[in-house]
Design a protein around this ligand. Structure first.
Ligand code: FES
Ligand code: FES
Length: 195
């Protein structure tokens, strides 16, 4: 080995991931996506295009959805980051008693959205699914549960799925976050109950 060759410069990164503070050594060129996957073992964050076009690497960073392939890990110093692993937890109070207490999870309806994906065949290979769930839940949360189909399709336009044709995904978000869909469901239920 060349004795003059130095090991790559690394920086100490302090970051909150899924409610827990972690310290990582990262190179300046390490993306947040790579740090989450390789240093934290959180492989639910997927890497597709690695240039900001597909949405597979979506995570929540200080309350906003971002593409983690476009951010260097050192830019996330002191940030609060949530990945699909943390966001999939049920909110406190709805967890099994043996699950340790965790801080309040953002996007509390994401687990409901995941159930809707299952019901409506909103996934096939599952590669886009973590990003779709986070983008869909962030969309619904920001809209205060009053999304229509056009808004869902517009809001998801930056997330690419190669398998499903999107209909099951849109239907799932609509069922979980649209008051219109909720009203339709409750009207149908009342009609069925009355007949
Ligand atoms: Fe980040 Fe595609 S991998 S947007
Ligand atoms: Fe395969 Fe979306 S389920 S890419």
């Amino acid at each position: 080995m060349n004795q003059h060759m130095s090991s790559p410069e690394t920086h100490r990164l302090s970051i909150s991931v899924n409610g827990r503070r972690v310290e990582l050594n990262v190179e300046p060129r390490t993306t947040l996506a790579d740090a989450l996957r390789e240093k934290c073992g959180l492989t639910g964050t997927k890497l597709g295009c690695e240039q900001g076009s597909c949405g597979a690497c979506t995570v929540i960073h200080d309350g906003q959805q971002i593409r983690s392939c476009l951010m260097f890990a050192i830019q996330a110093q002191d940030a609060e980051v949530w990945t699909i692993e943390g966001l999939s937890r049920r909110p406190a109070g709805e967890q099994a008693p043996e699950v340790p207490e965790v801080p309040e999870v953002p996007l509390p309806k994401l687990p409901d959205l995941a159930c809707a994906f299952k019901r409506n065949h909103g996934l096939q290979c599952g590669f886009c699914t973590p990003g779709m769930l986070i983008a869909g839940a962030a969309l619904g949360h920001a809209a205060d549960d009053s999304l229509n189909e056009a808004e869902i399709r517009e809001g998801l336009s930056g997330n690419i799925c190669r398998c499903t044709g999107y209909q099951g995904i849109v239907q799932s978000i609509s069922e979980t976050f649209s008051t219109e869909a909720a009203n339709t469901t409750s009207t149908n239920t009342e009609t069925e109950a009355a007949s």
